[in-house]
Design a protein around this ligand. Structure first.
Ligand SMILES: C[S@@+](CC[C@H](N)C(=O)[O-])C[C@H]1O[C@@H](n2cnc3c(N)ncnc32)[C@H](O)[C@@H]1O
Length: 316
């Protein structure tokens, strides 16, 4: 799904063509469910037959260019059941007919499958390690090699994660032209929200008070990140499975995304991320995520509690 074209010095090496966005509107669970729990909970609730699942998957693939393959089937089934109930019926066949004919319902379904829950400095201790240890080290390496420090936040939702990194870099007064921070997500809506930079109070509660005062402007019930920080992050629509990866990253954050995928798909994503990282580059996973056994030849774990891994040189 989706093509990747264009090269920009300002971003990482390969940038996706953001105009070529099939109507996939993002993915995973509901807007307000905690992703760290949702897909790990035992499958409750849906006795949706495989044949129904298969037909829905085909419609989404053919008409929305959205591939369900690789996602955890119980998670998806549970969400599908929610949507089928929400349209007022318990008749999967009628729902399939509706879905086949009705583009709006296809979009609604994709929205139901979506979750963009995030917050600034989520799992705060990992940002401390990034600030004190990883970013200074990477910046030093970049200075010596006269190349930019390239950071990629995969599945960045509404931008909280890459913006947190931008805030840390601002705090350390890292020179702007030495840095490239890119946030990517499958969901165009999440990316639009990211670019606008308005956040409700619960999303900014991890922001230190002084930072909140210096870099956010209260706007009604929301907080708006100031332009100076917003423009330090570039956002692109990108599907980690289907699109060309970005290359030559020094640091990749891929947090609370793997959890939605089957083990086999997770393994494949690890290979994609390993290829995208420069040797010695760092990968950060989410608290609830672990690296599949088969990927451990690609990375060494340098901080088990914070799920920080380092790319081993010379392995593909
Ligand atoms: C729970 S959010 C994680 C946000 C952030 N990384 C964090 O940890 O707070 C997961 C994000 O992954 C995105 N996503 C799901 N499938 C994806 C895919 N195949 N490629 C890229 N992003 C994807 C969703 O749209 C969602 O915004």
């Amino acid at each position: 799904m989706g093509n990747c074209t264009g090269v920009s010095e300002a971003a990482l090496t390969i940038l996706p063509d953001t105009n070529n966005t099939p109507a996939a509107t993002g993915f995973s669970l509901s807007q307000d469910e905690d992703p760290e729990d949702s897909c790990r909970s035992p499958f409750i609730g849906s006795d949706l037959e495989d044949a129904v699942y298969g037909q829905i998957a085909t419609i989404l693939q053919e008409q929305q260019n959205f591939y369900l393959e690789g996602y955890k089937v119980p998670c998806i089934k549970r969400r599908l059941a929610v949507r089928i109930r929400a349209v007022g019926g318990n008749d999967p066949d009628a729902y399939i007919e509706l879905l086949r004919e009705n583009m709006h319902e296809q979009e609604q379904l994709l929205a139901t499958l979506s979750i963009h829950v995030s917050q600034f400095f989520r799992n705060g201790s990992v940002f401390k390690v990034l600030e004190k240890q990883i970013l200074p080290e990477l910046l030093e390496i970049s200075r010596h090699s006269s190349s930019k420090l390239r950071i990629w936040s995969v599945g960045c939702a509404n931008g909280e994660e890459p913006y947190s990194l931008a805030l840390l870099c601002q705090k350390q007064r890292y020179q702007e032209d030495l840095l490239s921070i890119v946030g990517t997500d499958l969901s165009p809506e999440a990316l639009t929200r990211a670019k606008r930079g308005f956040f409700p109070p619960e999303r900014v509660q991890g922001v230190p008070e002084e930072m909140l005062a210096d870099f956010f402007i209260k706007s009604g019930q929301q907080y708006r990140l100031i332009e100076q920080i917003r423009e330090r992050v570039q956002f692109f629509r990108h599907d980690i499975i289907a699109d060309q990866p970005f290359y030559r990253a020094n640091l990749i954050l891929c947090r609370n995304l793997l959890i939605y995928f089957s083990r086999a798909q997770q393994q494949q994503i690890m290979e994609i991320l390993a290829a995208a990282l420069l040797p010695g580059g760092y990968l950060v996973l989410g608290r609830a995520e672990t690296m599949a056994l088969g990927s451990r030849k690609l990375f060494v774990c340098i901080d088990p509690a914070e799920r920080i891994y380092r790319r081993l040189p010379g392995t593909a």
